[in-house]
Design a protein around this ligand. Sequence first.
Ligand code: S3P
Length: 173
Amino acid sequence: MNIVLIGYMGSGKSLIGRDLARKLKFDYLDLDNFIEIQEKKKISEIFADKGEIYFRNKESFYLKVVLEESKNTIISLGGGTPCFAGNLENIVRDENSKSVYLQTSLDELVLRLFAERKKRPLISHLNSKEKLNDFIRKHLFERSFYYNQADYKVITDKKDPNQISEECMSLLF
Ligand code: S3P
């Protein structure tokens, strides 16, 4: 079985993914990282050179590849992956995968993402916490429709990574 972690940027998909993989002795795969290796470019360079639509096409293509080829793997998606091109349907329909939404509050996301926004093409231009808060509030509202269709949901606020992983495992097994 594969376990697919979904959630907004900064919700801890990579950190929890690695922790879960270690605890369950699963492989770990980060979709953004996989795309970077296949395309031989950083995600921020793909956005800058080719634009978001090109990125979304590649993301959708590589998601299918990864779902088909992985076994006993924790797969962390990008924050936008479930929200484009029928990707969510492909995840939910996949009999070999279970999905978990790591849900993080708006305030916590703003706190985490303000410091590292420069690395993230969708929010790198937002130069105050107020602007970032406004952007994430609207974005999260649109995206929650997709995120909430995951098989399971774990709230991450005020929990350490170990607690979050344990909660994921008790839901999944
Ligand atoms: C995106 C999130 C990023 C990456 C790209 C777009 C998004 O992944 O896929 O910058 O649309 O939310 P992380 O959630 O791992 O930061």
